[in-house]
Design a binder for this molecule. Structure first.
Ligand code: CUA
Length: 328
């Protein structure tokens, strides 16, 4: 099934919501393939059987056949009725109505060109990597901070538009542990193609551990690193605040000052940046070398993105990387 998943993840669903779509797709494709086979066979047979031969006279002319006409009107009508029924059923199953009044578990906000994920109960805020517990159905509210985006994790459920000022909801569920790719499915500007995300489905225990770590402030990590700490980390902390990074990116480190509220969210929350797999909406793998390249000139890696080239010196970049690497 891995080959299918790699080539056509929609055909390897891991939730009832995605299975409804995959089943509908297969049923309609099989029905259409069957009709296609009948039509091409009949056309082929006619071409061979009734081809013109030397000495042929004008063939006998046929004017209408009521029985056949009724048959080929009723058959497609029944077929369409069946497709309508299947589609309506698939739509209800792939995106069941939320229970009235139920608060969402998770709010996902589309930004040009990254995803913000806010866990309502724990207050955890992360970006581009959405962790969920296996087998649990989470109600997700989809919002947009700017233009229309579209949330789509093909193995987990339907596509759903994120419309500014008009939140939509979707059920997010994965019945098998794993990392599932997702992408923006609505053209939203020049880096639309690099608006990727992962949904990481893990056991309840792993999820709780992740959420606990995400809820902790970065101060914990700084303090842990404090004895004999690399002075670069402190220099990096200074650079982060001096170079105005903190205007768009939140790091809840509370060290040594209190963080302002509300947290800035014009750009991804970096409190636990070092624990993420990718940077910049999936363009590059998250490692110190790539982080260096990214900070040096984000516009080279993701042209048009909202992160400006701050013309940082090599030393500032090194210090920032040293600081960010502590943000696990
Ligand atoms: Cu967001 Cu395309």
């Amino acid at each position: 099934m891995n080959l299918v998943a790699a080539a056509l993840p929609v055909l390897d669903p891991v939730s009832p919501q995605a299975a409804a779509i995959s089943d509908l797709f297969i049923a309609i494709t099989v029905a259409c393939a069957f009709i296609f086979a009948i039509v091409t066979t009949l056309v082929g047979a006619c071409i061979i059987r009734f081809r013109s031969k030397p000495g042929d006279a004008e063939p006998r002319q046929v004017y209408g056949n009521t029985r056949m006409e009724i048959a080929w009107t009723i058959a497609p009508f029944l077929l369409l009725l069946w497709m309508f029924f299947m589609t309506a059923r698939g739509m209800t199953a792939s995106n069941p109505d939320p229970v009235a009044g139920r608060e969402p578990d998770l709010i996902v906000v589309g930004h040009q060109w990254w995803w913000e994920a806010r866990y309502v109960k724990s207050g955890v805020i992360t970006a581009n990597e959405i962790h969920i517990p296996v087998g649990k159905k989470l109600l997700v509210r989809l919002e947009s901070a700017d233009v229309i985006h579209d949330f789509w994790a093909p193995q987990l459920g339907p596509k759903m538009d994120m419309v500014p000022g008009h939140p939509n909801t979707i059920w997010l569920q994965a019945d098998k542990p794993g990392t599932y790719d997702g992408a923006c499915a609505e053209y939203c500007g020049n880096q639309h193609a690099w608006m990727r995300f992962f949904v990481i489905a893990e056991s309840e225990k792993e999820f709780e551990a992740w959420e606990k770590n995400e809820s902790s402030s970065a101060r914990f990590h700084l303090v842990k690193n404090l004895p004999g700490v690399d002075s670069r980390i402190h220099e990096g902390w200074n650079a982060f605040h001096e170079m105005t990074c903190a205007n768009c990116h939140a790091i809840t480190d509370e060290y040594p000052t209190k963080v302002s509220t509300p947290l800035p969210n014009a750009a991804p929350n970096l409190t636990h940046i070092a624990s993420r797999r990718t940077l910049a909406g999936g363009v590059i793998e998250n490692n110190p070398a790539n982080l260096r390249r990214w900070l040096k000139n984000p516009q080279l890696i993701k042209p048009g993105c909202k992160m400006p080239n701050l013309s940082l010196t090599d030393e500032q970049v090194e210090n920032l990387v040293a600081y960010f690497e502590t943000l696990k």
